[in-house]
Design a protein around this ligand. Structure first.
Ligand code: FES
Length: 166
């Protein structure tokens, strides 16, 4: 993540768009892609770009679960709850992640090491239930496997993590 002021980071994005309301979501998506989340200052800047109240932009941001207002953890964990994963006890698996990390979906651990999100199908349905951890897809996820994955990350054990995806 860049340490430049928010305004400096998002001005080039705003310059690419016309001030038309249909561009609000694409702009927010671009800002989030660049900053990995939407800090409050970015919401204020986007609102001023459209000459609307920050609360209107805030309403959009909180309506769509694709947007996040807190910086992500060092190791993002995306729990799939698409149809195939849902059918294979995806909800229970999601709760097992929450228990293991001590946070709820949408939150970041206090040490900022992990964050937890729910996503729709990630295209690996045959491996359901699936979680994507640091861009690596883990299949047939169980509570025991979750403990193994989190433990391996904390120990920095790359080998163990690779074994887990096979
Ligand atoms: S539904 Fe989870 S990978 Fe397709």
């Amino acid at each position: 993540m860049e340490d430049k002021p928010v305004i400096e980071q998002i001005t080039p994005i705003l310059k690419r768009y016309r001030r038309e309301r249909k561009n609000l979501i694409p702009i927010l998506q671009d800002v989030q892609e660049k900053m990995h989340y939407l800090p409050l200052e970015s919401i204020v800047e986007v609102a001023s770009f459209f000459d609307i109240a920050p609360s209107a932009v805030y309403g959009v941001v909180t309506f769509y679960n694709q947007f996040r207002m807190v910086p992500p953890g060092k190791h993002p964990i995306k729990v799939c709850l698409g149809t195939a994963c849902h059918m294979k006890s995806g909800e229970l698996v999601s709760e097992a992640w929450e228990r293991e990390l001590g946070i709820k979906v949408g939150q970041v651990t206090e040490d900022r090491e992990f964050d937890l999100e729910r996503v729709a199908c990630v295209g690996c349905c045959a491996m359901a239930p699936v979680a994507v951890v640091d861009e690596t897809v883990h299949g047939q996820v169980t509570p025991t496997k979750i403990q193994g994955i989190v433990g391996a990350i904390k120990r920095g054990d790359e080998y163990e993590l690779q074994q887990d995806t096979q």
